[in-house]
Design a protein around this ligand. Structure first.
Ligand SMILES: Cc1cc2nc3c(=O)[nH]c(=O)nc-3n(C[C@H](O)[C@H](O)[C@H](O)COP(=O)(O)OP(=O)(O)OC[C@H]3O[C@@H](n4cnc5c(N)ncnc54)[C@H](O)[C@@H]3O)c2cc1C
Length: 401
């Protein structure tokens, strides 16, 4: 599957910071991680820290799946609002899923610090009503979050205008949030994991997989075979081909990075992460090198060619959307790209064993906040592999379909 158009910003900005070899000989490991995006990298980081012998293999060059296309906002507020998730998953699971995402942001920050990865910044998150008719929903969502202990404030039209210069009917301001660069973060995690003993390979598609009762046998493109006790599928949206049931609806999404502003230019208050209640939603953030990233205008996914053909028109619309929110901030597009992403029915990821494939463990952080899900998956799967029960794993199982 072609996961994005040619030049996502991070790829242009960071290039290929590290090289990894191909698999050239048959081998074995206790755990093979298939996929070297942010999910696979976080799984590798957690497994090696837990003392598990593992290797990671990617079909592409490391990070060149969805990860390099990610705008990398880290939000605890997932695509399904809490007040709706409560109906879908029940109060306990819904609140716990939101809490886990909030905790994931802190944990990602701590990991970044530990491995000395500097492109990570905590920010508040602002969720504003795109239309007057959304105000009732927004208040309901605010109440659901407040009642369940999340650190949120409601800003009415006047306060929103005064504090953030945004002319909208109201907003929820959340304390939890962060922004990063998932592509560089992936490389930094894998560099760390390598020093601890993880073998990392790329440009090595796994083309045949046999799931046996006690192990998994893999064959890669050049014919080498690999044996493992467990196989972690960290294959992003390409996982759909391994699962019989329809677990995800694919969409295409569009993003744009502005030209750099001068160092002294202020964008908006505290550079909070911003998104809104429109469907599809508009979102924006700033970057460390003084750009603005905007994204949204999602469509149903038909084919990479159709997705990429839509790009120029979508970027015009996104820039127009941005100008309506911040008419006083200049936005000159420099990098634009399209990507494919998937949404599950309840907005939650799929994490854990897929019963039809013995010794399989999936880390599928689908949705607009896939990166926080990747962290949750890495923790749950590491617990699974090392025999530590995780009380939250039931929330994300395949069995809920
Ligand atoms: C435009 C865009 C913006 C986004 N913005 C955000 C955001 O702001 N915040 C957020 O949290 N999320 C965001 N996301 C989602 C986020 O990018 C994804 O959730 C995340 O990158 C998924 O990482 P992954 O490692 O699971 O998948 P990927 O990065 O796709 O990695 C999977 C890897 O598996 C490999 N693979 C597949 N099959 C095989 C095989 N047979 N053999 C070997 N390797 C294989 C692939 O080559 C690939 O590199 C965005 C996505 C897009 C497209």
């Amino acid at each position: 599957m072609n996961l994005h158009s040619s030049y996502p910003f991070w790829l242009a900005k960071n290039g290929l910071p590290f090289d990894y070899p191909k698999v050239e000989e048959s081998t074995s490991a206790d755990v093979v991680i298939m996929g070297g995006g942010i999910s696979g990298a976080l799984v590798a980081y957690h497994l090696i820290n837990a003392g598990v012998n593992c290797m990671l293999i990617d079909a592409r060059t490391i990070g060149l799946g969805s990860t390099c296309a990610s705008t990398s906002l880290l939000q605890y507020e997932i695509d399904t609002p809490l007040c709706e998730l409560i109906d879908k998953a029940g109060l306990k699971n819904a609140v716990r899923a939101y809490q886990l995402c909030a905790e994931a942001i802190d944990k990602l920050g701590k990991i970044a610090k530990k491995i000395k990865f500097t492109d990570f910044e905590f920010n508040q998150s602002l969720y504003y009503a795109a239309f007057k008719k959304d105000l009732f929903f927004l208040k309901e969502e605010f109440n659901a979050r407040k009642e369940n202990g999340f650190d949120v404030d409601f800003l009415d039209k006047r306060v929103l205008k005064k504090q953030f210069s945004i002319d909208a009917p109201g907003a929820i301001l959340s304390a939890a949030g962060a922004q990063t660069n998932a592509y560089s973060f992936t490389h930094a995690l894998l560099q760390y994991a390598k020093t601890k003993g993880v073998k990392v390979f790329d440009r090595t598609p796994i083309i045949h997989i046999e799931h046996h009762k006690n192990n998994v046998a893999l064959t890669v493109e050049n014919g080498c075979s690999i044996k493992a006790k467990k196989l972690v599928y960290a294959t992003g949206y390409e996982a759909v081909k391994f699962i019989d049931e329809k677990i995800v609806a694919l969409h295409c999404t569009f993003a744009c990075a502005s030209e750099q502003a001068n160092e002294k230019q202020k964008f908006w208050t505290d550079d909070v992460l911003i998104w809104n209640t429109a469907d599809p939603y508009l979102y924006m953030r700033s970057t460390k090198d003084k750009r603005i990233l905007i994204g949204g205008r999602d469509e149903e996914f038909y084919s990479p060619a159709k997705r990429d053909a839509l790009l120029p028109g979508k970027i015009k619309q996104l820039v127009n959307d941005f100008n309506k929110v911040f008419p006083h901030i200049a936005f000159k597009p420099e990098f634009s790209w399209a990507g494919t992403f998937g949404a599950t029915k309840d907005g939650l990821p799929f994490i854990g064993n897929y019963k039809k494939l013995s010794n399989s463990l999936f880390a599928l952080g689908f949705g607009g906040n896939g990166i926080t899900f990747s962290l949750i998956a890495a923790e749950i799967l590491t617990g699974n592999i090392t025999g530590r029960k995780n009380n939250d794993e039931n929330i994300f199982l395949f069995e809920r379909i």
